[in-house]
Design a protein around this ligand. Structure first.
Ligand SMILES: *Cc1c(COP(=O)(O)O)cnc(C)c1O
Length: 412
């Protein structure tokens, strides 16, 4: 049989063994959970688990202060609230992201403004960020997509020049380095998610780091996630001077988090090795543009996403994706169906049911073509799952699958 014949045309499949799988949770988590229950309280401020989780996280990240919250979305909302983002302010962010990036902006009644992306790192282009700045701009919400560090030197320089806060959305980006520094520690706040799909899971949960190292600011962030209850200075004070949600993490989540954090280094290291190996294996292939990481940066590949150069191929993205799947390599065309600003919330300017507030405070619009590179990325990208449970053979099979399908569809 001709080895080069595509499986979709009746040829042999590249992948003949199942992808590696494994258990994320084990006795370590069970022990921590039992200890949490034996405390006879599951409230974070009375128990030890959330405190331990944060202490371990702070040590790992080299920060003085962080706050545990109920989700990554909550982490971002808390950072925005603490940064003073409020009604009518503009926040510049990425059009390719989870909606968790956007929810806090709109709950603060601020206006999301979208910057275009670098074509191959899928992170915000600093020149585009700067072009979106207006007198209403208050913050830049940087999304390090898929574990890939953004160009933080350029972004921090813009922020300083225009006196803007920088919030890093690191939900997909644990232990990623930009010029040796961990992302999440470079801006004013780093926001992490421990939802069940991220590198580590507490079921749901999140963390906000307070990178100024300022204790007073830490107290502000802490209170913003806890209904503005002031708990850090002796007697509890129920401050009701402005709005702050309840985004508390429970001891059960904290307990699982303590055990999960111990596994984080190995998880990220394995994913980094696998992702970088895929890039090595598909680099220089005509028709394929690998997932690019900044020179000197490290990526922990929450997923691997390459792009097709359709001018060099005879197939559509859908045909490529189906042919690759037939080789035994599961993949998704793109990441989200459309850039976020083309989705109904922005097109209808409706953040709250039956209201156009806060969009009616603003003349910002969201036309197709606003971020052309981002739109093109989603039309030409193919996304592959990366897992720390895969083995070396799985990664070689992914590479061979991509190479085989590409070779078949390459224009002469
Ligand atoms: C997962 C994710 C979030 C939100 O996290 P939740 O914990 O699900 O609220 C925010 N931003 C990005 C980029 C994410 O991937």
């Amino acid at each position: 049989m001709d080895e080069r014949r595509l499986a979709i045309h009746g040829g042999p499949k590249v992948k003949t063994t199942p992808f590696g799988t494994g258990k994320r949770f084990g006795e370590e988590e069970a022990r921590e959970l039992l200890e949490a229950l034996e405390q006879n309280t599951l409230f974070y401020h009375h128990g030890k688990k959330v405190k331990q989780f944060l202490q371990d996280f702070n040590e790992l990240y080299g920060v003085d202060y962080s706050v545990a919250v109920s989700s990554g979305t909550a982490a971002i909302h808390v950072a925005l609230g603490a940064a003073g983002v409020t009604v009518g302010d503009e926040v510049i962010t990425s059009p390719i992201t989870d909606q968790g990036t956007l929810i806090g902006i709109l709950y603060q009644n601020a206006i999301p403004v979208f910057a275009d992306l670098h074509p191959h790192t899928y992170n915000m282009d600093p020149a585009s960020i700067e072009s979106r700045i207006t007198p209403r701009t208050k913050a830049i919400l940087v999304v390090h997509l898929a574990g890939n560090p953004s160009d933080m030197d350029a972004i921090m320089a813009i922020a300083r020049k225009h006196d803007l806060k920088v919030i890093e959305d690191c939900a997909q980006s644990y232990l990623c380095r930009y010029k040796g520094r961990l992302v999440g520690t470079i801006g004013d706040y780093g926001c992490f998610s421990t939802n069940d799909f991220k590198h580590i899971s507490t079921g749901d949960g999140g963390i906000v780091t307070v990178n100024s190292g300022d204790e007073e600011e830490y107290r502000l962030v802490h209170a913003f996630a806890d209904k503005n209850y002031q708990r850090l200075q002796g007697q509890v004070r129920r401050d009701l001077s402005y709005l702050a949600p309840n985004y508390r993490m429970t001891e059960l989540q904290g307990a699982v988090g303590v055990a999960q954090l111990k596994k984080l280094r190995r998880i990220c290291e394995t994913r980094r090795r696998y992702g970088d190996r895929i890039t090595e294996g598909i680099s220089g292939l005509r028709g394929i543009q690998p997932h690019q990481v900044y020179e000197g940066g490290t990526c922990s590949y929450w997923f691997y996403m390459f792009r097709l150069d359709l001018d060099a191929l005879t197939c559509s993205r859908a045909e490529f994706s189906e042919a690759l799947a037939a080789e035994g390599i599961p993949n998704q065309p793109g990441y989200i169906p459309e850039v976020v600003y083309l989705q109904p919330l922005f097109q209808k300017r409706q953040a709250y049911l039956n209201s156009h507030f806060p969009f009616d405070l603003s003349d910002v619009t969201y036309p197709r073509g606003l971020c052309p590179t981002a739109e093109q990325i989603l039309q030409t990208a193919v996304r592959i799952r990366v897992s720390e449970f895969f083995d070396e053979q799985d990664i070689e099979d992914i590479i061979q699958g991509i190479r085989k399908v590409t070779a078949h569809y390459q224009k002469p």
